[in-house]
Design a protein around this ligand. Structure first.
Ligand SMILES: Cc1cc2nc3c(=O)[nH]c(=O)nc-3n(C[C@H](O)[C@H](O)[C@H](O)COP(=O)(O)OP(=O)(O)OC[C@H]3O[C@@H](n4cnc5c(N)ncnc54)[C@H](O)[C@@H]3O)c2cc1C
Length: 436
C-alpha cells in the first residue's frame, strides 16, 4: 500500500514531531521506491531518538516483511525477512532448543533494526553484539543492485551495514546463527548495595561466572547510594512453547508533573527494599529479558513531551575515575533520572564500523523532557565523555551536536563512503551537519 500523506510517526522517546511520508514495503519489492527527497528504512520505531526518523522525507516501513524463511534445528541457522521481531524469533526457536545469542531488552524490535544498531544485551561480555552472530544480509541499494554481504563476503559493506543506522540500503533478509539453550529459563539473583565501589567490584567479580549482569541505580537521592545488581545464567530445565503474553497498555500520557523528585524518591526506596527481599530463583527468559515489554506504551508514563535517554559507555581504563564523576553530575543536577541502569561491555572487537560497544562500563539514564534544562545536562555529560574517551549510543540519542559526534565516532568519515546517496535520516543530518 502506498500513501502520499504526511504523518508524524514518533521514535520511542516521543520527543520529535516531524512530518514524514510512510511507504509500506511490500514483499517482493524489486527496487527502492522513487520518491522526492531521501528514504530511510524503519522497523518498529523502538529507537529512542531520531535514527528512525526522516523529517520532511520518506520512511520505508518494513514491518510487513515478517516471515521466517527457513530454520535448521540441527545447526540453529535461521533465515528471516527484515521485519520479523526479536520476540517472534525467540518464540519460534526456543522449543527447538535455540535462542538469539544477543537480544536487546525488548522483543518488539525488528531483526533488521537490531542489525542497523548492532544492538547489545545484558550479556555483551559473553556474547558480544548482534552483528557477531550474523551470517548474511541481503541489502537493496538505490542503484538497483541487491548485495549479499556477511563475514567474508563483501566484508566492508557488511561492516558498514552492521550498526549502519539504515543508511547503507534497505535490508530485506537476514541469516543468523542462534545459540543452543537447554531451557526456557534463566536463574537470577539480586544483590543490594549501598556503596558504588562495592557494586562495581561485585560486577567485576561476576565477569567469568554470570552471563547476564545489570545494575539498577537510584540517582534521585543526593545523599545515599543505592544500587541493585541482578545477575543470571541460562538455567537447566524444560523447554516450553512460549506464548504471546497479555500486555496491558498505558492508555494516556501521564502529566509530566507526576514524575518529580519526591515521587521518584519514594518509588526508588520501595523498589530497593523489595529487591532486598527477593530470593534467587528461576525466571522465564521472556520475563527476564523483556521486563519492559510487560507494560505496553510505558513511554507514555513520562509525559506528552516525551523523554531523553543518556546512554553512554566509558572505556574500561577510565571507569574508576569517570563513573563516579558522571553519577555525581547526574545526582547534583536539577534533572531527575527516572530510570538508571548500568551494564558491563566485554573486550570483543566490534563487528560494525559504527558499532557502539567497546570494552568498559555503560549506562542508560532516562530523563523527562524538560527542554533546554535537560539538554544542558546532556551537553555537560558529553564534555565529560569526550574527556574520558567515551561515547553515546546512537540508537538512543537525540541531542549530540556534530562536533561531539565526530569526536566520539571519528570513523564516521570512513563509514560515510558506504552511505547510499538516496538514504538519509534526521539523526544523520543532525550529527554530520550535512544535507543528503
Ligand atoms: C524498551 C526498549 C529496550 C531496549 N533495549 C535495548 C538494549 O538492551 N540494547 C540495545 O542495543 N538496544 C535496545 N533498545 C533499542 C532498540 O533495540 C533499537 O533501537 C532497535 O534498532 C529498534 O528496532 P526497530 O525495529 O524498532 O527499528 P527502528 O527504531 O524503526 O529503526 C532503527 C534503525 O534501524 C534501521 N532499520 C530498520 N529496518 C531496517 C531495514 N529493513 N533495513 C535497513 N535499516 C533498517 C532504521 O533506519 C534505523 O536507523 C531498546 C528499545 C526499547 C524501546
Amino acid at each position: 500500500m502506498r500513501t502520499d500523506d504526511w504523518t508524524t510517526p514518533l521514535a520511542w522517546n516521543r520527543v520529535h514531531r516531524y512530518r514524514q511520508r510512510v511507504l509500506e514495503v511490500p514483499r517482493g519489492l524489486s527496487a527502492v521506491p522513487e520518491t522526492s527527497g531521501s528514504v530511510l528504512p524503519r522497523g518498529f520505531g523502538h529507537s529512542y531518538g531520531d535514527s528512525c526518523l526522516n523529517a520532511d522525507n520518506t520512511l520505508l516501513d518494513t514491518r510487513g516483511l515478517n516471515r521466517i524463511l527457513s530454520f535448521d534445528p540441527e545447526t540453529g541457522v535461521l533465515h528471516c525477512e527484515a521485519g520479523v521481531t526479536i520476540g517472534a524469533v525467540q518464540r519460534y526457536a526456543t522449543p527447538y532448543g535455540w535462542r538469539l545469542a544477543v537480544s536487546p531488552s525488548t522483543g518488539l524490535a525488528s531483526v533488521a533494526g537490531s542489525v542497523a544498531h548492532d544492538v547489545h544485551g545484558r550479556n555483551h561480555i559473553f556474547a558480544g553484539s548482534f552483528g557477531h552472530h550474523l551470517l548474511e544480509i541481503e541489502l537493496m541499494r538505490s542503484d538497483g543492485r541487491r548485495r549479499l554481504c556477511g563475514p567474508g563476503a563483501d566484508d566492508q559493506l557488511f561492516r558498514a551495514t552492521v550498526g549502519g543506522m539504515g543508511l547503507t540500503g534497505l535490508i530485506t533478509t537476514v541469516k543468523l546463527q542462534l545459540r543452543p539453550v537447554k531451557s526456557s529459563f534463566i536463574n537470577v539473583e539480586t544483590h543490594c548495595h549501598t556503596d558504588l565501589s562495592q557494586l562495581m567490584a561485585h560486577i567485576d567479580a561476576t565477569a567469568d561466572t554470570h552471563e547476564y549482569a545489570t545494575a539498577w541505580l537510584d540517582l534521585v537521592g543526593r545523599q545515599t547510594f543505592r544500587g541493585v545488581l541482578e545477575i543470571g545464567n541460562e538455567g537447566p530445565g524444560e523447554r516450553s512453547f512460549p506464548q504471546d503474553r497479555f500486555q496491558p497498555r498505558v492508555p494516556f500520557d501521564l502529566p509530566r508533573l507526576c514524575v518529580n523528585r519526591p515521587h521518584m524518591h519514594a518509588f526508588n526506596l520501595a523498589y530497593f527494599r523489595l529487591c532486598g527481599r527477593k530470593k534467587p530463583g528461576r525466571v522465564s527468559y521472556q520475563k527476564y529479558l523483556y521486563q519492559m515489554d510487560s507494560l505496553g506504551d510505558w513511554n507514555r508514563l513520562l509525559g506528552r513531551k516525551g523523554f531523553y535517554q543518556y546512554h553512554f559507555l566509558i572505556p574500561a581504563a577510565a571507569v574508576p575515575d569517570g563513573l563516579p564523576r558522571l553519577l555525581d553530575a547526574v545526582r547534583s543536577s536539577d534533572n531527575v533520572a527516572v530510570l538508571a541502569i548500568l551494564k558491563r561491555y566485554g573486550p570483543s572487537a566490534a563487528p560494525g564500523m559504527m558499532s557502539f560497544p567497546v570494552h568498559g562500563v555503560g549506562g542508560a539514564f532516562d530523563f523527562v523532557n524538560r527542554g533546554e534544562r535537560t539538554l544542558r545536562l546532556f551537553h555537560e555529560l558529553d564534555e565529560l565523555m569526550i574527556e574520558l574517551g567515551g561515547r553515546v549510543y546512537l540508537a538512543k540519542d537525540s541531542a549530540l551536536d556534530p562536533g561531539t559526534f565526530k569526536l566520539m565516532y571519528p570513523q564516521w568519515t570512513a563509514f560515510r563512503e558506504f552511505v547510499d546517496p538516496r538514504f538519509s535520516s534526521s539523526l544523520w543530518r543532525r550529527v554530520t551537519g550535512e544535507e543528503p
